[in-house]
Design a protein around this ligand. Structure first.
Ligand code: UDH
Ligand code: NGS
Length: 338
């Protein structure tokens, strides 16, 4: 019996449906087999509402504090805004730097710092400036991944100020606390405007405050070595430290420059952009009048440097305080007559 054309059409349609279903299941099977995540939920939003990145390699990089810190530090941000219009509260600065250990000590957690740096600040009656200095410098030094300590050497008594002698005292006293290999000598009123100006030591003595606002962001003269400088322990010892007999303002930094050149060293400096810094304006301090003997003194560094310096340093420590953000050492450095 001959089949009707309608029945053929029905059969053909059924076959087509079966074929399509088979094809679909095959496609679905291969798709799922090749992409196992497709049925998982999409990534959880993180607490900040950002999608978490897919982790193809689930092994996180371990932090190894014995690995040397990279140079330059990856935490640096470059130019910084520095201003002194708002007053800062010491309590707040302390809270913001709660990771700093007593005495102003800090060590990076995730890597081994390349240098152990003692920062020495000559000081008397400049508490307002010191607050700004601590406010700006602690975060910068931490981003620079330095193993550092802050030493404020406070001249006790009312005698004429002696910046260079206080710096010598800082060198000696810091070494009693820790095996520092680099010494940064900084005025209390100078703040760097770029964290790439690293407060560390180099092959040659380093001058850091090369581009100060008060000098129109350039050196006042080529031999200028004042403000902020860095010397390794070896460099400092090679020049017998700094002079002890510059009482009052001026000349001691020129004497230090002479010492370095006389010992065949050169001055290393950052460029004028990275070396930008601001000075906190102030009037002349009492008991720090210009030293009338300074011109005669700097003319004789060659003869005096082996007699006057670390090897002739005498002082008395009156008090040592390990404060939350710095170590304050109050010292009697004597007087011009003594
Ligand atoms: N210093 C003190 N107390 C003083 C004197 C000096 O803490 O009584 C310290 C402080 O760290 C200062 C550094 O020593 O930054 C150098 O002091 P300085 O007086 O030699 O240099 P500074 O650049 O002042 O601070 C220069 C004279 C300012 C005259 C301003 C007139 N407008
Ligand atoms: C020189 C001083 C330096 C002093 C520099 C900048 O004249 O000690 O000026 O001074 N040398 C002599 O006096 C021999 S400043 O403008 O910062 O007060 O650092």
């Amino acid at each position: 019996m001959k089949e009707l054309p309608g029945a053929w059409l029905q059969k053909a349609c059924r076959l087509l449906v079966v074929f399509c279903a088979l094809h679909l299941s095959a496609v679905l099977f291969y798709y799922l087999a090749g992409n196992p995540r497709s049925l998982q939920r999409s990534p959880e939003p993180s607490p900040r509402g950002l999608a978490l990145p897919r982790r193809e390699t689930p092994t996180p990089r371990p932090h190894n504090s014995s690995e040397p810190c990279p140079d330059p530090s990856p935490l640096l941000v470059g130019p910084l805004r520095v201003e002194f219009s708002r007053t800062v509260e010491m309590k707040k600065v302390e809270e913001e730097n709660s990771n700093v250990r007593p005495g102003g000590r800090y060590t990076p957690k995730d890597c081994a710092a390349l240098q152990k740096v003692a920062i020495i600040i000559p000081f008397r009656n400049r508490d307002e400036h010191l607050k700004y200095w601590l406010y700006y410098l602690h975060p910068i030094l931490q981003r620079q991944q330095l193993d550092y300590g802050i030493y404020v050497i406070n001249q006790g008594g009312e005698e004429t100020f002696n910046r260079a002698k206080l710096l010598n005292v800082g060198f000696k006293e810091a070494l009693k606390e820790y095996d520092y290999n680099c010494f940064v000598f900084s005025d209390v009123d100078l703040i760097p405007m770029d964290d790439r100006n690293t407060y560390k030591c180099y092959d040659q003595p380093r001058h850091l405050s090369v581009s100060m606002d008060k000098f129109g962001f350039r050196l006042p003269y080529n031999q200028y070595f004042g403000g902020v400088s860095a010397l390794s322990k070896e460099q400092f010892e090679k020049i017998n430290g700094f002079p002890n007999n510059y009482w009052g303002w001026g000349g001691e930094d020129d004497d230090i420059y002479n010492r370095l050149i006389l010992k065949s060293m050169r001055i290393s400096r950052p460029d004028a952009t990275i070396g930008k810094c601001r000075m906190i304006h102030h009037s002349r301090d009492n008991k720090n009048e210009p030293n009338p003997q300074r011109f005669n003194q700097i003319a004789h560094t060659r003869e005096t440097m082996s007699l006057d310096g670390l090897n002739s340093l005498s002082y008395t420590v009156l008090k040592t305080e390990h404060l939350p953000l710095y170590t304050k050492i109050t010292v009697d450095v004597g007087s011009p007559k003594s």
